[in-house]
Design a protein around this ligand. Structure first.
Ligand SMILES: Cc1cc2nc3c(=O)[nH]c(=O)nc-3n(C[C@H](O)[C@H](O)[C@H](O)COP(=O)(O)O)c2cc1C
Length: 222
């Protein structure tokens, strides 16, 4: 059966840089026979975790909005491609809202000691895509730490990352000399069922100006 690859675009900007990259990574996954699904958080209603801890008793989230439908997709996928723009050194708020709502999975795992998959653990892997407008490189450490903790409760192995800095304007990623090709390649590699289980994430960092003179300012010289 074909691997199910879910591409999750979390940016509020449609056809923005991370959105274009996740679509390209999905094309790569499809090129090796995967069943690819694209989902954007844009236009969905996903509120914050309200810290009610109802999940401590049930393992589920009692807040009724679009979260549950996305969670079902996240849990059904064999491979995840998660793309987020960097906002103030971390993932954008839309991504963070979704991640925080997965506290119900944390409750299942660490409070209720319930297996996520009753039939046993699955071989699930993820590719992380993040883009920032400044020269900063540290921002991707923040993204990486958030993903590490999220993937722990999602029971997904962080297989690879694609980090691109100094890309700011909507769609400027298309002017980057290699980012779209890397997204395609990493998407195909993620969906290769025969690829060995990665011990640690393979990280592709594309650091440098894609569009001369366009890097956004920032306090760390960026
Ligand atoms: C609210 C906001 C905060 C941002 N914060 C950062 C930041 O901390 N570091 C950075 O490099 N770029 C920052 N940016 C720039 C975006 O990361 C950049 O424009 C990126 O290409 C957007 O990706 P998208 O088109 O997929 O949304 C910020 C942009 C916005 C709108």
């Amino acid at each position: 059966m074909a691997l199910r690859v879910l591409g999750l675009s979390t940016s509020p900007r449609e056809r923005g840089n991370t959105d274009l990259l996740v679509r390209e990574a999905l094309r790569g996954a499809e090129s090796v026979g995967a069943a690819a699904e694209y989902v954007s958080l844009h236009g969905l209603a996903i509120g914050p975790c309200v810290e009610c801890y109802a999940c401590a008793a049930t393992g589920g989230c009692r807040v009724a909005d679009d979260f549950q439908a996305i969670l079902d997709k996240l849990l059904a996928a064999d491979r995840l491609i998660v793309a987020a723009p960097v906002f103030f050194m971390g993932v954008c708020a839309q991504a963070k809202l979704l991640i925080d709502r997965c506290q119900c999975l944390w409750a299942r795992k660490y409070l209720l000691r319930q297996p996520l998959y009753p039939d046993g653990p699955r071989d699930r892997r993820a590719l992380v895509i993040a883009v920032g407008g400044t020269k900063s490189k540290k921002m991707f450490e923040c993204v990486g730490m958030t993903m590490k903790y999220w993937f722990d409760v999602l029971e997904v192995r962080h297989a690879a990352s694609l980090f691109v800095n100094q890309v700011d304007g909507r769609g400027d990623i298309l002017k980057h000399p290699s980012a779209m090709q890397e997204a395609f390649r990493l998407g195909a590699a993620l969906a290769d069922a025969a690829a060995p289980t990665p011990e640690r994430p393979a990280t592709v960092e594309l650091f440098g100006p894609a569009v001369p003179g366009r890097a956004r300012g920032g306090p760390d010289g960026g």
